[in-house]
Design a protein around this ligand. Structure first.
Ligand code: ADP
Ligand code: MG
Length: 727
């Protein structure tokens, strides 16, 4: 059934050709017990490896059941081995980290066994080779004789007609050898058993054929015990390992070597941290970029600010504010949004400061006290502002002027607040509640257009309007120089219509011109300078407020944490508000920088992922070097390239899953402040579900690529070479 015709095998090593066997002619039959002897280096192992398809041959023909094999591909050799040959090696080639049971089971799994059959058969085999007591002992803990018994049981685990044994007792003492040979003889029934041995004496009694080799050639081939040659090979169906078994083995391989387990987890953890650091770091710097970016249109360009207006452009009501306050990610609301972008100028003889209005409520100051009266404010600066520190004492005692607010109001600075995270060159003013209220009409006036008409004559935006204590509601006064606008140069009792409007509203107010003031009586009657107020219209304080102290059509909310920006925007939109994020507005203004930043970042990320991949690959390759013999064993038991790839891939993906789960749990603990670790907390601040999925996919990608590359490397060499490379 097995026939060799002029078969030769050469070894190429370092450019030198050595011959393993030359022109071997041999025919072997089922039922034979073939014993091959010969001195070391005579080609016995080479012959066996060729016979069992573990190695290729270069010359001649080998026939199995009359079929020629010299043209066989890797896949056909695999089928050949699965169908015909089991191997027993001198050094056993067991998986040391597997138990006796698992080693035998492995052979059945590779040949598509199902769990129930496997259990029954493996137990039977363990019984047969007398290792009941060691069923769950790891192979590494067995003696040589016991290991060889396992190897025999494994060779029997799936039915093959040929059993090839290369010096099966070479590593055993004589007592162990005898029992192994007996066992081999016992199982040889109906099979073709080919044994290579050094010690002919101990085995001669079982032999049906004796072959002696020398220098790669057969010297003697003699039948000592003829067998019935008519036996047929049972045609056995080839089965492959099931997907379930591949997963089972993959997971088993994760846990069976503790040192490898720890190393691999450490590596994957490192990859995860690297990827997250890169991503989180860029996000952080993108955010700090925008935090330091400024806006051409907004004074308060805090990243935390979102400007809102109602979809229907109506004014905000208390109901609206109550609804908005329920969004817990919101820190505070500034109802009159314009306040945020109004610049104040504070000066005295030797001090000149300009800055924004600080709209968040404060409840303490660093120096002095909080402002109470309508002429009091607190200056807010960064903690490193040395200038303010230098003038601290004097500024607290000085009377200053708040320009452009109700006739250059006199102001007292009651305190200073130094903040940690605050631009050292910026100033903010925190106003007392009363001052804040007082300033709002002035601010509003900047955003309202007033058009005046007297007796239906359109006068455009010619005038300034000012409140005055001495004017009654619905009445107004103007300077005598403007009388030419009226008929007969007399305006008294004429009607002044004021149309006030902006993008949100358009209203009219009608006033009766009660009289005029002139150079002589302006000071006396209205306490104003005539020269400064030639184009001023004086109205009552009530009417002034009606014009300028308007409802809020536009407000701002400030969120607590930048990471919630998108969430809050969504919640606000859902409530029916239009939103404009300052962060976005700024980035839009400086879009080009953001684009450049993103491109640079993308390049860095690609380089990083590639570097991480190669480093990981090399480390994993070193770790897996010691696994070459494992995969050689899988191959000798009938695993194909794809089988090996899947088993390895399942193993590495399991590592990915474990390390990623550990990472996610760690992040959850850090985010919930159960573990305090600022570095990771900051890094993961901006990382959302999408990014977590992306990192996971990158890991999966690395796992798949690595298992492929590794398996390709293994399959470049023959099984025997894989074994050789194990050290
Ligand atoms: P045996 O098993 O009888 O000791 P081998 O079949 O191992 O002999 O070796 C036969 C010849 O082939 C020897 O000369 C040996 O040096 C050579 N040989 C065996 N294996 C290799 C190999 N992997 N590379 C190079 N030469 C080899
Ligand atoms: Mg040998």
């Amino acid at each position: 059934m097995l026939k060799l015709k002029n078969v030769s095998k050469y070894y190429y090593q370092d450019g030198i050709i050595a011959s393993g066997i030359t022109k071997i002619n041999l025919e072997l039959f089922l039922g034979e017990f073939v014993v091959i002897t010969g001195e070391s280096g005579s080609g016995k192992s080479t012959l066996l490896n060729v016979l069992s398809g573990l190695d290729t041959y270069e010359d001649g023909e080998m026939y199995i059941n009359g079929k020629e094999t010299s043209h066989y591909s890797e896949k056909e050799y695999l089928e050949y081995r699965k169908k015909y040959v089991s191997n027993i090696f001198q050094n056993f080639n067991l998986v040391n980290s597997y138990t006796v049971y698992q080693n035998i089971e492995l052979a059945m799994l590779m040949n598509g066994g199902n769990k129930k059959d496997i259990k029954k058969k493996v137990n039977e085999l363990i019984n047969k080779v007398g290792l009941n007591k060691y069923k769950h002992t790891k192979a590494s803990k067995l003696s040589g004789g016991q290991k060889q018994r396992v190897a025999i049981a494994r060779a029997l685990a799936y039915e093959t007609p040929i059993i090839v044994c290369d010096e099966p007792t070479g590593a055993l003492d004589s007592k162990a050898s005898n029992s192994i040979l007996e066992l081999l003889h016992e199982i040889s029934h109906d099979k073709l058993v080919i044994i290579v041995t050094h010690n002919k004496a101990e085995i001669e009694k079982y032999a049906t054929r004796l072959i002696r080799m020398h220098d790669g050639k057969i010297l003697e081939n003699k039948i000592v015990n003829p067998v019935n040659l008519d036996k047929d090979i049972k045609n056995q169906e080839i089965k492959n390992i099931t997907n379930m078994s591949k997963i089972q083995l993959g997971i088993r391989n994760v846990f069976n070597l503790p040192v490898k387990f720890c190393l691999m987890l450490a590596i994957f953890f490192l990859i995860i941290i690297t990827l997250v650091s890169n991503y989180g770091g860029t996000k952080n710097s993108l955010n700090s970029e925008s935090a330091f970016a400024y806006s051409l249109y907004f004074v308060n360009s805090s990243d935390l600010r979102i400007i809102i207006k109602k979809d229907n452009k109506e004014a905000f009501t208390n109901d609206d504010y109550n609804k908005i306050k329920e969004i817990k990610e919101i820190d505070y609301i500034v109802e009159n949004d314009l306040v945020n972008d109004y610049e104040l100028y504070l000066d005295s003889n030797d001090i000149y400061l300009n800055g924004s209005i600080y709209t968040k409520k404060i409840n303490k100051v660093s120096v002095g006290k909080l402002p109470v009266n309508d002429n009091e404010l607190v200056i807010i600066v960064g903690k490193n502002n040395d200038y303010i520190k230098y003038i601290e004492k004097s500024i607290l005692n000085e009377e200053l002027t708040l320009e452009n607010v109700t006739n250059n109001k006199k102001i007292k600075v009651t305190g200073i607040l130094y903040l940690d995270n605050y631009n050292d060159y910026a100033y903010s003013f925190y106003l007392s509640d009363n001052l804040y209220k007082e300033i709002i009409p002035t601010i509003n006036s900047d955003y309202i257009t007033l058009d005046y008409q007297i007796n239906d004559n359109n006068l455009g935006e010619y005038f300034t309007i000012m409140p005055n204590k001495n004017v009654l509601d619905n009445e107004c006064y103007m300077s005598d120089e403007l009388q030419y606008l009226c008929e007969n140069n007399n305006c008294q009792n004429n009607k002044l219509n004021i149309n006030y409007h902006n993008i949100y509203f358009n209203n009219n107010k009608e006033l009766v011109i009660k009289g005029v003031y002139n150079k002589d009586n302006a000071k006396k009657n209205f306490n104003i300078d005539y020269d400064d107020n030639v184009y001023t219209i004086l109205v009552s304080e009530n009417d002034y407020n009606k014009l300028y102290n308007l409802d809020n059509y536009q407000s701002s909310v400030f969120i607590k944490d930048i990471k919630d920006l998108d969430l809050v925007v969504k919640k606000l939109n859902d409530l029916g508000y239009n939103t404009l994020e300052l962060r976005k507005a700024k980035l839009n203004e400086f879009k080009i920088f953001e684009q450049i930043f993103k491109i640079i970042n993308l390049i860095i990320t690609i380089i990083l992922v590639a570097t991480v991949f190669f480093i990981t690959y090399f480390i994993i390759r070193i770790i897996y070097k010691s696994r070459n013999s494992y995969y050689a064993t899988l191959r000798s038991l009938g695993a194909s390239f794809n089988d090996c790839v899947s088993i390895l891939r399942n193993e590495i993906i399991t590592f990915v899953n474990i390390s990623y789960t550990v990472f996610v749990i760690l992040i959850c603990l850090i985010k919930n402040n159960i573990i305090k670790y600022e570095y990771l907390y900051n890094l993961t601040k901006y990382i959302g579900l999408k990014e977590y999925i992306l990192v996971y996919l990158i890991l999966l990608f690395i796992a798949i690529l690595i298992s492929h590359r590794y398996a390709r490397k293994i399959f470049k060499e023959s099984i025997m070479k894989n074994y050789g490379e194990r050290i």
